[in-house]
Design a protein around this ligand. Structure first.
Ligand code: M6P
Ligand code: ZN
Length: 183
């Protein structure tokens, strides 16, 4: 597919070759409050995020996709993506905010940084940095991501260790605090 079309108001991609829906039950081990997560799963097992993409596989190619990260909390923690390192660690990525608001949390070893995102924000994720997006608003947070075809997703180290920081809801908005479960 050489050409495609995105509705820049909604973020809906006209054509895609891959669709991933992640519900609360797909996120076990990723939130610190596993009791709150289990309650959510038993209640309605809501969709946390959806990714519509046109992935490639070969070196030199580029993949892209739109993520719809819904709004909500698990305990105090905002809805977020699993987050991943690239299997090929030296592969970078670019994010473009389309609607809603959130954070892009990045981690390299024990070093953590984050950027606020909204419509129009561009964030460059350098090689070697794991990345996770977090919806800090009360509507969908929608963004486009573009990454090398051969980057690959490594969820293992995030599932095992988590990120060093988590993002929680507070009265004034959000707070980025140390992850009590971080190993
Ligand atoms: C972005 C990109 C995708 C990623 C998606 C969801 O669209 O980084 O590669 O799959 O977010 O994030 P995750 O794979 O960490 O669940
Ligand atoms: Zn990535």
């Amino acid at each position: 597919m050489i050409s495609n079309w995105i509705d820049l108001d909604s973020g809906i991609l006209n054509e895609y070759t891959s669709k991933v829906i992640r519900r609360a039950s797909d996120m076990q081990g990723f939130y610190t409050d596993s009791k709150a997560l289990n309650e959510l799963i038993e209640k309605e097992d809501p969709v946390i995020y959806e990714v519509y993409a046109v992935p490639q596989e070969r070196e030199g190619e580029l993949s892209y996709g739109v993520t719809f990260l819904h709004s909500g909390v698990v305990g105090d923690e905002f809805y977020m993506t699993k987050g991943h390192y690239h299997e090929k660690r030296d592969r970078a990525e670019i994010y473009l905010g389309i609607r809603g608001k959130g954070l892009l949390l990045m981690q390299n070893g024990d070093e953590v940084k984050w950027e606020e995102m909204k419509r129009g924000t561009i964030v460059y994720v350098p090689p070697y940095w794991a990345h996770r997006s977090i919806n800090t608003g009360d509507e969908d947070f929608v963004f486009l991501a573009i990454y090398p075809g051969d980057a690959g997703h490594d969820y293992g180290s995030i599932a095992e260790r988590g990120f060093a920081k988590i993002v929680v809801k507070v009265e004034s908005g959000y707070e980025v605090i140390p992850n009590p479960e971080y190993r």
